[in-house]
Design a protein around this ligand. Sequence first.
Ligand code: HEM
Ligand code: FPP
Length: 326
Amino acid sequence: MQEIIATGTQRHHETLLQVLKSYYQLTKPRIILLLLITTASGLWVAANGEVDPLLVLVTMAGGALAAASANTINCLYDRDIDYIMERTRHRPLPSGRVQPRDALIFAIALAVTSFTLLTVFANLLAALLAMSGIVFYVAIYTHLLKRHSTQNIVIGGAAGAIPPLVGWAAVTGDLSWAPWVMFAIIFLWTPPHFWALAMMIRDDYAAVNVPMLPVIKGDEETARQIWYYTLLLLPLTLGLTYPLHTSGMVYAALAVFLGVIFAKKAWELLQAPTDRDKARSLFKYSILYLMLLSAGMVVDSLPVTHQVVAAIGQNVQVLISATGMM
Ligand code: HEM
Ligand SMILES: CC(C)=CCC/C(C)=C/CC/C(C)=C/COP(=O)(O)OP(=O)(O)O
């Protein structure tokens, strides 16, 4: 008898865990992680590296909840095509593990919590920007564009570029050139990021009539467009150092280093547009690229980095004057 009760309890726990896991999966957590790293770049650069830990915590939590809400509504809206595509068939809604009504309630609860948290502990602008991210992603990308335009992810990509604005606004209460440049960096990054993936799984999108660029225009044209966006992206990343001076040379050096690798991979894809390995390599690298570039903005903003750079600068000067005297 004892044993049966124990087994029953265990099973109950398993189911609860499985339910939690399904809701967690609805939020597309790995994408949220990268969105949070880009939020961090806005927070740290705006605060010149001296952030208020509570504000960071609240902004990250609010941003994550907003993105989770947006992703859940996207899963809800797209459950018909997700059911057909191999990559998405096992998601919680198409596989029947979560009911659509429950997903909707979950998404609304996430958005309300996010808005409250950001309004109370950060400010209204940060809260409204996060909500505009949800609205843009759901209404403009998912509803209006995704199934109807080859430019779907170019325009829709603006939603994914909002997190640094949220981070910046949380610190300063307003927006200036620098956060908009961070926005533009992610905006230009999105087409290479996504089209590289779309080249790999073109047939899936074709099967559900989603007009992703590689489906409509083919691999060669997509590789060319990726190349153009990459060429625009690289100089833009340096805009934070010159003319804006909100980031320094440590960031600039990293941006050049990471950018050259990005360009190399985009160039290789341009030379062999039908090579799926090249597309896969660029897609994977795009994620690492944005992660490291955003982390670089954070590190560059820290007072300790300024001190180290200044110390190195002084030593170099001493060395130069010493050699001059010889
Ligand atoms: C319209 C814009 C975008 C589109 C259409 C898009 C599309 C996709 C798709 C379809 C995947 C594959 C997901 C999967 O296998 O389930 C993916 C992966 C990923 N995306 Fe994007 N993405 C966009 C923008 C962004 C942005 C702005 C970020 C973060 C800043 C981001 C971060 C990621 C990450 C981290 C992954 C890898 C997830 C994993 O490991 O499974 N994406 N993206
Ligand atoms: C500030 C704030 C709340 C911003 C939210 C922005 C946000 C959630 C961006 C995510 C972009 C993304 C992963 C698109 C994939 O959609 P898809 O439908 O093409 O992917 P799928 O085919 O995998 O479902």
